[in-house]
Design a protein around this ligand. Structure first.
Ligand code: SF4
Length: 258
């Protein structure tokens, strides 16, 4: 019996636009690869039938990969329950195919962030499908500098504890979480610094708050440990007085430490 799930439906509606763009880009990618296969295939068919067969096999595997990726990802966006191994395969495929999708996005006038959002949702779903029982001291939270209110002159980039908890921005709420869970929080002013923090701290898991672009490059960089990504909110546009849903960060901490 089908049970209407309001939460699930909301999640689907919220990400439906991005899923359509993801679907569109994937279909165009298939067409490009098909065209290339025909062009290359016709020119080599006269000389070597084995190479032609090999090329055709690669093409078929590629198509099947994309179809599988689209199917599993649409299930993820519909917030359906999926086997953990299928999720793992899907995430590996997405990691491989995504750079190609992003490179054709401008030709199709697709916002790259729409595609990146799908990547992040798949990453989070995969991480959430696993079980971790970590100590909170083994987890770090990385946040962008733009979360700090622009009128605040306190130097929180070097030490978040310099915040006076005035409440004008979410740094205050993050400090509350830091004290409650005894967790390390760092302000990463860029990808290079984020990588350095991870190398220095050697955490077992990362909770990263950022925009779609930074989250995706972070997840692509950090392959050996789980990264739960939390989208920042940008009511005043990018990189200015951004904010976040503190419950999402706390849920991520609880998940890793349960
Ligand atoms: S909450 Fe902290 S960081 Fe944010 S504006 Fe107030 S003092 Fe500055």
């Amino acid at each position: 019996m089908y049970i209407y799930n309001h939460k699930r439906n909301k999640f689907w509606v919220k990400n439906m636009k991005q899923m359509k763009k993801f679907f569109q880009a994937s279909i165009v990618l298939i067409m490009i690869i098909a065209l290339l296969t025909v062009v290359i295939g016709v020119s080599i068919l006269k000389f070597n039938k084995i190479f032609f067969g090999l090329l055709l096999s690669i093409f078929i595997v590629f198509i099947l990969t994309i179809v599988f990726m689209l199917l599993i990802t649409s299930y993820i966006i519909k917030d359906r329950k999926i086997n953990k191994n299928l999720l793992k395969i899907d995430f590996s495929m997405i990691r491989f195919i995504f750079p190609m999708l992003l490179s054709i996005a401008p030709i199709l006038r697709i916002e790259k962030n729409d595609l990146r959002r799908i990547f992040i949702i798949v990453n989070n779903k995969y991480v959430y499908s696993n079980t971790y029982r970590m100590d909170s001291k083994d987890i770090i939270i990385l946040i962008p500098h733009c979360i700090q209110n622009n009128t605040c002159g306190l130097k929180i980039t070097t030490d978040i504890n310099n915040c006076k908890k005035c409440g004008k921005c979410k740094i205050k709420d993050l400090l509350v979480l830091k004290e409650k869970y005894n967790i390390k929080i760092f302000v990463a002013t860029g990808g290079t610094l984020a990588r350095k923090i991870i190398l220095d701290c050697r955490p077992k898991a990362v909770i990263a708050v950022a925009c779609e672009r930074d989250l995706m490059s972070g997840v692509q960089d950090v392959r050996k440990i789980p990264v739960l990504a939390v989208f920042n909110k940008r009511p005043f546009g990018p990189c200015f007085n951004t904010t976040l849903d503190i419950n999402e960060v706390e849920d991520a901490i609880k998940f890793f430490t349960k």
